[in-house]
Design a protein around this ligand. Structure first.
Ligand code: HEC
Length: 456
């Protein structure tokens, strides 16, 4: 048994991610996320292979040739590290989807985020209000203590008693209470975290047992989408299912709401295909969304669709995204079809290009200088390797829902299953009457999330 996150990931992090991580992907290889890593790099050689002998990863870390051996800087891996990587490759490179929070920095970052979220909800955190009131009381007590002993007004009755009480208030005691509260909060947070991860792990195991086995990562540097079954290769057609389940809905609610078409194109709107030389110098990801037959029109207005945004920025994470040019959906046919073209860049004069990243698709999006607000609904995984201006076979472009611990619901009675959320297999169309009940159609839920429906 080998634990990827405990044993292998720390080696990557320490020795490889500087050059093969989020910010830099030398040789086209990105090792911090499974969706990119397992495709290997620009050479097209298999990173893992079918045996330890044909693994590019092992070949590179064990090579005696100083121009080949990895890491390229900082000295060879030690024997123990190499043995760990060998065991990992021999076990067929298991890479569990859920990454437990580890390391001081990540823990503190999560704790900070969590605390900030709790503080921004009024009345949400009794501990904090307790501390605040306590601090004010200690401050007042300190002032009372400093009232001179011969003060006439404070020498009788209630005031006298208050003052003698205040003599007992000490700064040390105050600090002890503050520290205790912080400690209590950290312990409670740690327990909440681990139970959240355990329950997500449990839900995932159930999803897997039900045959919904698809690899996906739930966290890491950036959220990574869930890979719909059958989503491989370069784009394609995806079917989006309806969320709600009810007997009054057509087919119990199991019906298609939208068709999404994903493709890689150049500046002449020509599709780019694996094995064929590029004809232009620019690359775009094109996402088209079509309202499915008889799907609720009020959820597909030009305004709602126009509030969708494609961007590489994940929420307010501050990343150097020099290449990010957010793209909105444009109307192709009012109320029916929309499309966005996200420009990956201009690669004039670059025969070899590697791109490994996620383009997030937000709904109800608003973008400021630092952050994108809205709901991160989908992600387009872009893993392209172009050599001598030709798209290599170990390239992928696919679309998946974004699920993070906490909002990952499976199986939830009365709700959609993962395969029906977004599928490469057709989901049934609405061929008869559907309910008109707004609640069953999920309209209030959309309004709550910020959708603006047209006035009647
Ligand atoms: C200082 C930068 C640097 C570090 C650190 C580094 N590499 Fe590399 N790596 C490169 C460069 C540059 C290339 C492309 C040139 C080449 O193929 O040798 C590369 C290529 C590779 C390739 C071949 C990709 C392909 O095209 O198939 C593999 C595999 C690889 N590295 C693995 C690793 C591993 C594993 C680590 C950590 C143990 C690591 N590298 C650390 C710079 C680095």
């Amino acid at each position: 048994m080998i634990d990827f996150h405990q044993e292998v990931a720390p080696i990557f992090k320490r020795r490889c991610l500087n050059c093969h991580g989020l910010h830099q992907q030398l040789g086209g290889l990105r090792l911090d996320e499974k969706s990119f890593a397992l495709l290997g790099g620009l050479s097209g050689k298999k990173l893992i292979g079918t045996s330890a002998e044909d693994s590019e990863l092992l070949r590179r870390v064990t090579s005696d040739d100083p121009t080949t051996v990895m890491p390229k800087e900082g000295g060879r891996l030690n024997e123990r590290e190499i043995a760990t990587l060998r065991r990992w490759v021999q076990a067929k490179a298991p890479w569990p989807d859920i990454v437990p929070p580890s390391g001081r920095d990540e823990f503190l970052a999560r704790y900070g985020q969590d605390l900030w979220k709790r503080l921004s909800v009024i009345g949400g955190e009794p501990k904090i209000y307790f501390l605040l009131i306590f601090t004010i009381l200690v401050g007042l007590a300190d002032r009372v203590r400093r009232v001179p002993a011969d003060n006439e007004q404070w020498s009788r009755g209630l005031r006298r008693r208050v003052r003698s009480l205040c003599q007992h208030v000490s700064l040390g005691g105050f600090l002890a209470v503050v520290l205790g509260t912080v400690l209590w909060d950290v312990v409670a947070f740690t327990m909440r975290q681990s139970s959240e991860f355990a329950s997500t792990e449990q839900k995932l195991a159930e999803a897997n047992a039900a045959g919904e086995t698809r690899p996906f990562a739930l966290n890491g540097a950036q959220p990574t989408p869930l890979r719909p079954r059958g989503a491989t290769g370069l784009g394609g057609t995806y079917y989006r299912g309806n969320d709600e389940r009810h007997e009054k809905l057509f087919n119990g609610g199991d019906y298609r709401t939208a068709i999404m078409r994903l493709s890689l194109i150049d500046e002449n709107d020509q599709a780019v295909a694996i094995g064929r030389p590029l004809s232009g110098s620019q690359l775009f990801v094109r996402l088209e969304i079509e309202r499915a037959v008889n799907a609720t029109p009020s959820l597909f207005t030009d305004q709602i669709m126009g509030d969708m945004l494609l961007t590489r920025r994940a929420g307010d994470r501050k990343q150097p995204l020099a290449t990010d040019e957010p793209a909105k959906l444009e109307v192709l046919q009012t109320g029916e079809r929309w499309a966005a073209k996200y420009r990956l860049g201009d690669f004039e004069g670059q025969p070899d290009i590697a791109i490994n990243g996620v383009i997030y698709v937000y709904t109800n999006a608003r973008r400021t200088q630092e952050a994108v607000q809205g709901t991160m609904q989908y992600g387009v995984v872009v893993a392209l390797r172009i050599r001598e201006r030709t798209l290599q076979e170990n390239s992928e472009l696919w679309l998946g829902p974004i699920l993070v611990p906490g909002n990952f619901q499976y199986p939830t009675p009365g709700r959609i299953t993962l395969n029906e959320w977004l599928d490469t297999q057709p989901i049934p169309e609405i061929t008869g009457d559907n309910s008109t009940d707004p609640t069953l159609l999920g309209i209030p839920e959309h309004l709550e999330k910020g959708a603006k429906l047209p006035a009647k």
